[in-house]
Design a protein around this ligand. Structure first.
Ligand code: SF4
Length: 699
């Protein structure tokens, strides 16, 4: 009975970066159902994950007591049953577990120096928890080797945005599409990955807005699109440069805007000369006429937005892809006005906020560079005494794993991150985890990564704690606890604080509100945004110009946070994918998410409804490819790359090109990242998850 509840609590959905506000209906300390709330990003709407995917928090696999690896445990490996782990781990009380966790990290610090220990935080934790985590590594171990999953997500987009616009966040909320007359969606699949945002995009198309979808897969939004450009994988820079070539050739650019707000235009124009639609058509698989038409529509619009996702960012040329998108927006004057803007759709619910809070190796909070002496001393001042004075950019997620293999990093603290599933060429990461002398994992489940832990600290699910999160729209929102953590599990911020204290740091926070107050001292982005305000209003967009201002949906109308207020054109050349298909590996593997499952599957595969809808690892192939392989839809195929092999059920999907296979990465039994290529974009250090040469055979 829906009326039969004890209380309702308003919080934020823990899954994607849309940041839908939810009302949690609680009975007997259990969430029993969830409704949408009229939040700024969702106006009452929820997708299937937000509405039905909450029950993982009550799953019997939840960690309820700290665990310590047994002295006689088998060798570290992916060999622990999360429902029956007693041969590998023993339960311990908090005091013993914390002593063991902190003691092991401190021993490595004393023996080999602070650089022997690195940290992975999480975009699934709150802003306060992300802030504390990076502070712990920096202050407690004296260096910047701390990162989180943004490295695998939009790191290249942020690199390009910081370089050319001066800020890594979106220039306009996705809701601004309401005022646009054209929108480009490239390398993103919002119907599955940002489903509530997709409802706004569909409405836009329904009322006559021109939706231009570009993707190597025929993603769901094509049904609402005026144009679907299903280009060849890896040909993005060629295609985007050709669109810009047409805009230059036909004089469709916004001279006034370029003159007033940008630099390096002449170099961009010169660079684009050779990218004629005719020259790139064969590379992209798109007719010259279609390229011209799209260029004319975008340049001719009164206001246009550009949205992109991992299809743009997860390439060795991911930064170049984003440079092109930024240039396209700048040359058409599509930044800083209603219905216009650049919007990389953020994946996790707090990937924006965790990055803002400094959980990245090259920046302190608010993207203040670690190489700036003044910035470091300002934070040392805020933090009080401590050992942080590292002017070197730190190692990233995948570089940290390489440093473990090299023997330079011997211990890690991992909070809510699952590199044993999420890293590219994941066997390399698993071997690194097994090599660590001391691994502390803090999580809600015994994840694949926790298999390798020496100490596991049982943490809180999102609906069990207080804290703020920041969505793709720069909206800072208040998460509130609805139920208590199971057993002895504790809120993440409190665990990190105690660990810091046991490592000898003089930390004293009574609540996340105290942490937020400290963050405000070093983060101008939080000006006019107080804990009290978030509690009463639920959400405030940054920047907020006054205590009454709900925040600026659009930024940079009067210039950019760069020298002379000017954004920059950075020409992008074509860099082919790292691995070309050949006779042994003739097809192209691409990976991603699907609607029902979230990232490495630790939460959604423990949700009854979601797991019932999508219970089995699957890949998608064109029906003609299946026929060629002699495989019926629902049959099994073996996918093999230069790194490994998985066997998986095959579905027929006409949206996938005949020489491609799409594999979601949520399934441990057919882990996509066994196959993926670890080659990195040189700027964002993001791996090429979206392109690997693969052999597909009947299993
Ligand atoms: Fe949650 Fe994203 Fe779905 Fe909204 S769209 S309910 S934030 S998963």
């Amino acid at each position: 009975d829906r009326a039969d509840i004890d209380r309702e609590v308003q919080s934020v959905c823990p899954f994607c970066g849309v940041g839908c506000q939810v009302s949690l209906k609680v009975k007997a300390d259990k969430v029993v159902y969830v409704d949408g709330v009229d939040g700024p990003a969702n106006e009452g709407r929820l997708c299937v994950k937000g509405r039905f995917g909450f029950d993982y928090i009550h799953h019997p696999h939840r960690l309820t007591r700290p665990l310590i690896r047994r002295d006689d445990a088998p060798a570290k490996g992916l060999n622990v049953d999360p429902g029956n782990f007693s041969e590998v781990f023993r339960e311990a009380n908090w005091d013993e577990a914390m002593e063991r966790a902190a003691g092991g990290l401190a021993r490595l610090r004393d023996e080999a120096g602070g650089r022997a220990v690195a940290g992975f935080g999480s975009a699934k934790c709150t802003n306060e928890e992300a802030y504390l985590f990076q502070k712990l590594i920096r202050q407690g171990f004296g260096h910047n080797n701390v990162d989180h999953c943004t490295r695998l997500c939009h790191a290249s987009s942020v690199a390009a945005l910081m370089e050319n616009v001066g800020s890594g966040a979106v220039t306009a909320t996705f809701n601004e599409i309401e005022h646009a007359d054209v929108a480009i969606m490239i390398g993103c699949n919002p119907i599955e990955n940002h489903p509530v945002a997709a409802t706004y995009f569909k409405q836009f198309a329904k009322r006559g807005g021109k939706l231009i979808v570009m993707d190597p897969r025929g993603v769901g939004l094509r049904r609402f699109a005026s144009h679907m450009l299903q280009f060849r994988p890896g040909a993005d820079v060629s295609l985007l440069n050709a669109i810009m070539h047409v805009i230059v050739e036909e004089g469709l650019y916004d001279s006034q805007y370029i003159h007033r707000f940008t630099e390096n235009w002449e170099a961009e124009k010169e660079h684009l000369k050779t990218f004629t639609p005719e020259a790139v058509s064969g590379i992209c698989g798109i007719e010259p006429q279609e390229i011209r038409e799209v260029a004319r529509i975008f340049a001719g619009a009164k206001a246009g937005m550009i949205f992109w996702g991992m299809g743009v960012s997860q390439h060795i040329h991911g930064t170049d892809n984003s440079r092109c998108l930024i240039s396209l927006a700048l040359m058409t004057g599509n930044v800083g006005k209603p219905g216009a803007g650049l919007h990389p759709l953020r994946g996790q619910n707090n990937v924006q906020g965790a990055s803002d809070a400094g959980l990245i190796p090259m920046f302190l909070p608010d993207y203040q560079s670690v190489t700036d002496d003044g910035v470091r001393s300002a934070f040392n001042e805020i933090w009080g005494a401590g050992g942080y004075d590292d002017a070197q950019k730190g190692l990233t997620v995948t570089e940290i794993m390489d440093a473990v293999h090299a023997g330079d990093i011997r211990g890690m603290y991992i909070l809510g991150e699952n590199p044993a599933m999420s890293d590219p060429d994941v066997e390399h990461a698993r071997e690194a985890l097994a090599r660590l002398e001391h691994l502390v994992v803090q999580d809600i489940f015994l994840t694949e990564t926790a298999n390798y832990a020496d100490v596991i600290l049982p943490a809180s699910a999102f609906y069990e704690k207080s804290g703020t999160v920041t969505n793709t729209n720069r909206q800072v929102q208040m998460g509130r606890p609805a139920v208590t953590p199971p057993g002895e599990a504790r809120e993440d911020w409190a665990i990190t604080v105690e660990l810091a204290q046991r490592l000898g740091l003089d930390w004293d926070y009574a609540s996340p509100a105290d942490v937020f107050a400290e963050m405000k001292q070093g983060m101008k982005s939080l000006n006019n945004i107080s804990w009290e305000r978030l509690n009463s209003e639920g959400a405030v967009t940054y920047p907020s110009l006054s205590p009454e201002d709900p925040g600026q949906a659009i930024v940079f109308g009067d210039g950019f946070p760069r020298a002379e207020g000017r954004a920059k054109f950075t020409p992008a050349s074509v860099i082919p994918p790292d691995e070309a298909p050949d006779a042994n590996y003739p097809m192209i593997l691409t990976t991603g998410r699907q609607l029902e499952h979230w990232h490495t599957g630790s939460m959604t595969r423990r949700s009854k409804v979601l797991d019932t809808v999508e219970p089995e690892a699957n890949c998608s192939l064109h029906p003609a490819t299946l026929q060629r392989l002699g495989v019926e839809p629902g049959g099994y195929v073996r996918l093999t790359t230069r790194r490994g092999s998985v066997t998986v059920m095959a579905r027929a999907d006409r949206a996938v090109a005949e020489d491609m296979v799409f594999l979601p990465f949520a399934y441990v039994e057919a882990a996509a990242n066994v196959l993926t290529n670890p080659a990195l974009d040189p700027y964002g250090k993001i791996p090429e998850f979206k392109f690997a040469a693969v052999r597909v055979e009947k299993a």
